[in-house]
Design a protein around this ligand. Structure first.
Ligand SMILES: [Zn+2]
Length: 156
């Protein structure tokens, strides 16, 4: 149990099967605050902000949605597609509002199979600096995604 009662609710929300099938923490044993701190330090060393990453992910998502479920080719051998799944998800941190279940899949050089993110995931990065726990299917590695967005900066 954590000291902060408000965070207990967040931990509960992030467990598999509470808000989403896989949850948000994967097999990461670090506290949520520590995950955020470690990723924030990495972003700082990269010279990029979570808000910039979120903006890049949003552009990628908008591009992907144009494909209506098919892959769209981007520069540098990358391709992206969006699958819209019925239903909406709330923010596990307790923000008001619901996020559509668009799942964006990105593939290309240096990516092991595909890299996936959702509308809620974009919100978590932008508002909470939270890239999810290691082992979560929607975990984004800050250095990896920052590098990809940099390569795609002319295209998205
Ligand atoms: Zn939120």
């Amino acid at each position: 149990m954590k000291e902060n009662p408000a965070m207990n609710k967040v931990y509960e929300n992030m467990k598999p099967g509470v808000l989403s099938l896989h949850g948000f923490l994967g097999d990461d044993k670090r506290d949520i605050e520590l995950i955020i701190d470690h990723d924030a330090a990495e972003l700082e060393s990269l010279g990029v902000t979570a808000v910039e990453i979120a903006a890049g992910l949003e552009k990628l998502r908008d591009k992907a949605l144009e494909g209506l479920g098919d892959y769209i080719s981007l520069e540098g051998g990358f391709s992206v597609k969006a699958n819209s799944i019925r239903g909406k998800l709330p923010c596990p941190f307790g923000h008001k509002g619901l996020y559509r279940k668009n799942v964006v899949s990105l593939s290309g050089p240096g990516i092991d199979s595909v890299l996936m993110f959702t509308d809620l995931g974009i919100h978590l990065v932008r508002e909470h600096g939270f890239f999810q726990g290691k082992g979560s299917p929607f975990r984004l590695e800050p250095a990896e995604i920052a590098g990809i967005l940099k390569k795609l900066s002319g295209d998205v």
